[in-house]
Ligand binder design. Sequence first.
Ligand code: FAD
Length: 437
Amino acid sequence: MAMELLRVAVIGAGAAGLCAARHVLSRPERFAPPVVFELTANVGGTWRYQERVGPDVRCSMYKNLRTNLPKEVMMFPDFPFNQQLNSFLSHQDVRRYLEDYCRQYRIRPHIRFHSAVEEVKPAVVTTEDGENRTRTTWEVTACDTSGCRTTATFDAVFVCSGHYSEPNIPSVPGLENFKGQVLHSHTYRSAEPFSSRSVVVLGAKASGIDISLELAKAGAQVTLSHRGPPLVAALPAEIRQSSPPVAVQDDGRICFQHVAFQDGSVRAADVLLFCTGYNFSFPFLDGGRLGLELEEQLVAPLYRFMMPPAFPSLVFIGLCKSICPFTNFHCQVQFALGALAGSPALPSRAQMAAEARLALQKKADGGAARRHLLVMGGDQWEYLAELAADTGFAPPPPVVRSLFEEVWRQRGLQPDSYRKLNYRLLNDTQWQVVDTA
Ligand code: FAD
C-alpha cells in the first residue's frame, strides 16, 4: 500500500521557512508539497529592508547594515552566494540571495502571502488501522488581509517566524523621567538624525557596536553602556564606554536629560538607544497546552533545541542565539524532516524531555543565566555534527567553523575594519584572505 504523504505547514518565508520548504520539496516520496504561510507580500523576512518604522513593521535592519559573517560562512551549505560579491554583504545582497534560493527550488508557488497564522492547535486523531493508535495533527488557522480566516490540517508544523522583531527593553528605573528620545535598534535606520547629539547606546553586542560606530562617524557623541568589562576593541575617540545605567534622574531644572551610571558619574544625553536584543513571541501558540514554557528569552523544554517532547511534530527552526544561522537552519530542517519520516527514530517522550532538560542544565551549570540558556556559541558545531550524524547528511565542513571563529575574533579586535577583508574557501579545512575590499 502506498504510504500517505505527510502534510507540512511552514510559518514564515524568511531564510528558515524557505529552507524548510526547500527540503520538504526535495522529498516528494514522503512529503506533500508544503504550505508556507507568510504574513507579508514577500520572501526574505528580516532581510527585506524597510525605511518605514511602525508597529506593523517587523524589519530590524538598518540602511547601511553589512553582514557580520562573510558570505563563505553565511551561505546555505548547498547554495553559494554570487562569486562576484565581496565577503561582507549588504542587506540587499542577502535579500536577492534568498529570492534566488526561492526561485532555484521553486518554492514561491507554495507560499500563501498576506497570510498571518493566528493559531496552531494540536488535535489527537485515532488512526483507522484497527490498532487504535493515536497521532497528532495540527489545525492551523490563518487570516488574510480581508479578514478571512481559514483552518487547515497538517501532520507537522515548522515554526519559522523569526525572533528579531519584538524589542527587548530592560527596565531602567525612572526611564519615564528621560525627556529626550528613547528608541530601540529595531526602529533605528540611519545615523543622520543623530549627528551632533549625545547618544547613550545600551548594549555592546553586534548591533550596539555597529550602530555606535555609525553614530560616531555622523558626529554624535556616543556613550556605549554595557555590562561587560571594557571592550578591547579599537574604537574611535568619539565613543566612550560606560557601565549600565541604574536610573534616570528627575531633574526638571536642567535642559539636558541626565542618565546616572553605576560608576557614579551622571551624564547628559539627548537620546537613549536600546541595543538590547529581542524577545521571543509566538502569539499563535498555547505554551501550556504544548507543555512548553514560552518566555521572552527562553522556549523550553525542546528536544534538540527544536521539538517539544510531547509534540515533536511541532518544530522550531533557528531559535538558538550566537549561531551561524543559515547553516543551522539547513541542519535542523534535515534532522526534523528525517525524524518525521522515521529516520532517525525519536526516543520516547520521557527520554526526549530528560535530554532537553539535561542540555539546559549543562548550560546553567556552566554559569549561563536563564535568559542565556539558548545561546549556543562554540557548542553549535558539535550540535550540528550530531544532527548530521543521526540523520545521515554531511555535517558543515571544518572550514566553516574555522572561518566563523576567525571572523568573530577579528570583529572583537577591529569592529570598524574587519569587513574590509575578503575570504575564499580553499577546501573543507582551509580558507585564505584574498584581498582587502
Ligand atoms: P525572519 O527573517 O524574521 O523571517 C520570519 C518570517 O516569518 C517573516 O517573513 C515574517 O513576516 C513571517 N512571520 C512571522 N510571524 C508570522 C505569522 N504569524 N504568520 C505568517 N508569517 C509570519 N544573520 C546572519 O547570518 N548574518 C548576519 O550578518 C546577520 N545580521 C543580522 C542583523 C540584524 C540587525 C538582525 C536583526 C539579524 C541578523 N541576522 C544575521 C540574523 C537573521 O535574523 C537570520 O540571518 C535570518 O534571517 C533569520 O531568518 P528567519 O527565517 O528565522 O526569520
